[in-house]
Design a protein around this ligand. Structure first.
Ligand code: FAD
Length: 398
């Protein structure tokens, strides 16, 4: 019997580890090369919608993640200055009934750890740390991944899961031209005992205002509160998980916003800042024995909460394509075909939310009420999210 292809993965983030898991589960040999000296996710939250949980289920880690996730008790929208609150119709609370899986919030390091444990349970030494990929090449017989320290690895196929600044994407298709969206995202994770008492501990709250919005939701069975504040601002253009700002700078960005927001900013032990850049969706992800996955091929504004979910879905579909087609180039081509339209639609949907969340109609309470009634009505929410939550990685055509 011909041995199954040996696959190399550049990047050990959520997408790279999920892809490795999907392939190891199907009996492939996989090696993951991660530049960082240790597996470490940004200490931040991530929302996993029902379709993402279906992907985690397909990867065999849904139960393990459930133990570390948080189910929020509904969603509310609040107005930036007065704090007026609208209880929303929430697809999340009826998610299990409607889609078979819940809508949860997760601490990113927990998700990465669960994926890494599952990978290592199938191949103990699959993850190689401190290996920064610098280039790749392919020939009829296979692929080679080159590293900064002069070493290289050989395999039958290569997945570039090396994130938004992907070097593999650059090697395949040349440099990209990210478009600055003129927005900064502030991130903080607050121990729950430091969260001001008047702020809901079990709901996901979305503050909306002219030129900015804030989202906060509980993590880790309610022990932490995730804070993300997005503000239109033209002077910061670095996409980074690790650049810190100060509470003063963040508070300045939210001048005039409700006291609850100011108190959350003051309670955040550390605040990180990330510039929101947009990239036009790629028209092609694969070339022969090399493909891309996750942010490397469809980075998105974080305004639909689907970036990590898309990477998880990519991984499952890729695994199914290997199972069905066997041959590396065919599996990559079919995977791309199955995923490119659905991910493009989500990237566009996230861009649309930038306009929706920061709308000028939110300047006054009267304007905001009419606007929220329209944009967050049951019908509008179903129209925006139903097609996303009903996507089924187990049965999507490949
Ligand atoms: C503020 C914010 C909030 C978000 N909220 C959500 C949310 O609620 N829900 C959601 O689904 N998504 C969310 N996202 C998006 C999500 O974080 C990303 O889509 C997701 O992390 C993509 O995973 P990835 O594995 O493709 O890339 P990454 O997580 O970036 O992983 C890439 C990995 O590759 C490694 N790497 C890079 N270069 C090299 C190299 N040369 N050699 C070897 N290794 C390399 C990196 O070190 C990293 O470990 C959010 C994003 C932001 C910025």
């Amino acid at each position: 019997m011909t041995p199954k292809p040996h696959i190399l993965v550049a990047g050990g983030g959520i997408g790279g580890l999920a892809a490795a898991l999907a392939l190891l589960q199907r009996g492939h040999d996989v090696d993951v090369y991660e530049q960082a000296p240790e597996l470490k996710e940004a200490g931040a939250g991530v929302q996993i919608s029902p379709n993402g949980n279906r992907a985690l289920h397909a990867l065999g880690v849904f139960e393990a993640m459930q133990r570390l996730s948080c189910n929020t008790a509904g969603k509310e929208v609040r107005l930036w200055n007065t704090g007026k609150t609208w209880k929303l119709f929430d697809l999340g609370t009826e998610a299990v009934e409607r889609y078979g899986f819940p809508y949860v919030t997760v601490y990113r390091p927990d998700l990465l750890q669960v994926l890494a444990d599952a990978v290592r349970a199938l191949k103990q030494d699959a993850i190689h740390l401190g290996c920064r990929a610098t280039g790749c090449s392919q020939a009829a017989g296979g692929v080679t991944l080159h590293f900064e320290d002069g070493r290289s690895a050989h395999g039958d196929g290569l997945i570039g899961a090396d994130g938004v600044h992907s070097g593999i994407r650059h090697a395949l298709f040349g440099g990209d031209r990210p478009r600055f969206f003129g927005m900064i995202a502030w991130r903080g994770v607050i121990p729950i005992e430091r969260v001001p008492p008047q702020i809901s501990r079990d709901k996901a709250t979305n503050w909306i205002g002219v030129g900015g919005h804030v989202v906060h939701y509980p993590l880790r069975a309610g022990r932490l509160m995730n804070f993300v504040g997005i503000m239109e601002r033209g002077d910061w253009q670095v996409e980074s998980w690790t650049t810190q700002g100060t509470a003063e700078e963040c508070a300045k960005d939210f001048t005039g916003w409700h006291r609850d927001i100011q108190e959350m900013i003051a309670a955040s032990p550390t605040l990180f800042k990330w510039a929101l850049m947009g990239r036009d969706p790629l028209k092609q992800w694969s070339e022969g024995r090399i493909t891309l996955l996750g942010d490397a091929c469809h980075s998105t504004l974080p305004l639909l909460a689907q970036g990590a979910v898309m990477a998880l879905e990519d991984a499952v579909i890729l695994g199914r394509c290997f199972e069905k087609y066997g041959d590396v180039a065919t599996a990559f081509a079919r995977y791309e075909q199955a995923r490119i339209d659905v991910t493009t639609r989500k990237v566009v949907g996230a861009n649309d939310n930038a306009v929706r969340f920061h709308n000028p109609a939110l300047a006054t309470e009267a304007g905001a009420t009419a606007y929220v009634d329209r944009e967050w009505s049951r019908e509008a929410i179903i129209q925006r999210y139903e097609w996303i939550f009903t996507y089924n990685v187990d049965t999507a055509p490949i």
